[in-house]
Design a protein around this ligand. Structure first.
Ligand code: FES
Length: 94
């Protein structure tokens, strides 16, 4: 099942298929998202979830602090869509 992901500030949208991280799905759609390590360590691929549900497995994602998670920030390289999503603040420091 694919979920629709929309970037609120630009209106761009793309689909994320099962098993694709949000970063991979965006790249496969031709979007130029920021990234570094691709392993949840550097924080470069940060984004904020405005609406929707995500699955971010792993408690030891050093690129994101607990309070940043609580404010809706995710690491796109390590996060999967679990519903249609609206994201914003791509690559912005939380
Ligand atoms: S690319 Fe480094 S945390 Fe996602």
């Amino acid at each position: 099942m694919a979920y629709q992901i929309t970037i609120g500030s630009t209106g761009e949208s793309f689909e994320a298929n099962h098993g694709e991280t949000i970063l991979e799905a965006g790249e496969n759609a031709g979007l130029d998202f920021p990234y570094g390590c691709r392993r949840g360590m550097c924080g470069t691929c940060v984004a904020r979830v405005v609406r929707g549900i995500v699955k971010m497995p792993g408690e030891d994602l050093f690129g994101l602090m607990d309070d940043e998670r609580e404010r809706g920030y995710i690491l796109m390289c390590s996060t999967y869509a679990a519903s249609d999503l609206e994201l914003d603040d791509i690559g912005a420091a939380p």
